[in-house]
Design a protein around this ligand. Structure first.
Ligand code: ZN
Length: 243
């Protein structure tokens, strides 16, 4: 089997400034394939550019709740006021063709034995969060793959289906043989683990190692673009706080 180095990106949320920093890092890291765990758009001011980058460069992409919110596949009642404002703004900025691309994305997919889903392997359409060992155990029971990569909480974490199940907040993780692992790769465009640096993951299938990359980017520029677009000021402020 050929071995590959993957970059896994997600929760970009129209933050092109952060995405450009991640793109440059992906280039330096000699990546073979890019995978995307969803939420290309929402919150920030450059949906078109972020969508185009993912569409042109990712080998596999799943839909996040904001992607489906923009397309209309998910009801707006699931969004708070600031998120809903950006979803409606994004609908006006994107073309019909771009919106239908978001609508066409699957909720869950598999790529070379890697499971990709924005939220949870079980009932992904509910967009629930995996934040506890209990949540992770339910997910493991639903998974046939040994590796699942997810997003949605914007906080990187590794869950391992050991006995008992365990979790790790680490930047490097070696995949154990014969055990299921679920990894949240964090957020490119709106980190929420109180670390404002952009987050994505590299998976080296030969070394069986996942490395979390955290990158400083020009938050001032991303924030300015949000306020200049007339989007909610909170969507800009939270970038500085990492939440
Ligand atoms: Zn998100």
């Amino acid at each position: 089997m050929n071995t590959l180095r993957y970059a896994i990106i997600g929760d970009i949320h129209s933050n092109l400034t952060a995405l450009e920093t991640v793109k440059a890092d992906i280039h330096d890291m000699e990546i073979d394939e890019i995978l995307c765990v969803g939420d290309l758009v929402g919150y920030a001011a450059r949906p078109r550019e972020c969508l185009e980058f993912v569409r042109e460069n990712a080998a596999a992409v799943v839909a996040g709740n904001h992607d489906y919110g923009v397309s209309g596949a998910l009801s707006l009642e699931y969004f708070n006021a600031d998120a809903m404002n950006a979803v409606q703004w994004t609908r006006e900025v994107l073309s019909e063709e771009e919106i239908s691309y978001l609508d066409s994305l699957p909720l869950i997919t598999e790529y070379n034995d890697i499971l990709l889903v924005h939220s949870t392997p079980r009932n992904p359409e509910a967009f629930a969060y995996i934040q506890t060992l209990y949540d992770a155990t339910i997910a493991f029971n639903q998974m046939e793959n040994n590796l699942a990569l997810i997003g949605h909480s914007h906080a990187p974490i590794v869950f391992q289906d050991s006995d008992p199940p365990d979790y790790f907040l680490v930047n490097e993780f070696e995949l154990p043989e014969g055990q299921k692992v679920l990894i949240n790769v964090g957020s490119v465009g709106q980190p929420r683990d109180l670390d404002p640096r952009s987050s994505y993951a590299i998976y080296d299938s030969e070394e069986r190692r996942v490395t979390l990359r955290r990158l400083e980017y020009n938050i001032e520029q991303a924030a300015r673009r949000i306020t200049e677009a007339g989007l909610p000021p909170n969507n800009a402020q939270r970038l500085y706080w990492g939440q």
